[in-house]
Structures are given as C-alpha cells and as structure tokens.
Design a protein. Structure first.
Length: 69
C-alpha cells in the first residue's frame, strides 16, 4: 500500500489520537480536524487522497440548513 495524505474528521479526541497513530504507523500522513467546518476549510486549502470521518459532522449541519433558506 502506498502512503496517502488523509484528512481525519473526528470530534472525539481519544478516537482521533488512536486512529491517527494507527494510520501514521502504516506510513500515512494524517491531518486531523475536529468538525465539519474545519474539514471544509482544510479541503479547500490542501490536497488529500482520502477523508475519514465519523457519521456526524457536528457544526456542518447548521451550515447546510442555512444554505436551504
């Protein structure tokens, strides 16, 4: 498996630390953010091979609902 730059979106700090360490040991570069808004900002300013996230994007649902009004 080749090394990848991965955007990790996780609000649980323990889960993020565990996941980040695991993926770094596999040789991947990890950028960790805590919420959906930070994920959008990171995706706009950087290149990522993939993104991992939990099912909820926290404050992102507020942004999406505002866009529908």
């Amino acid at each position: 498996m080749s090394n990848h730059k991965i955007l990790l979106v996780e609000d649980d700090k323990l889960q993020a630390k565990t996941t980040k360490e695991y993926l770094e040991k596999a040789g991947h570069e990890i950028v960790w953010v805590e919420n959906g808004m930070s994920a959008i900002k990171s995706a706009k300013t950087g290149y990522f091979d993939s993104m991992l996230s939990d099912q909820e994007f926290g404050n992102l649902s507020e942004i999406v609902s505002k866009g529908k009004n």
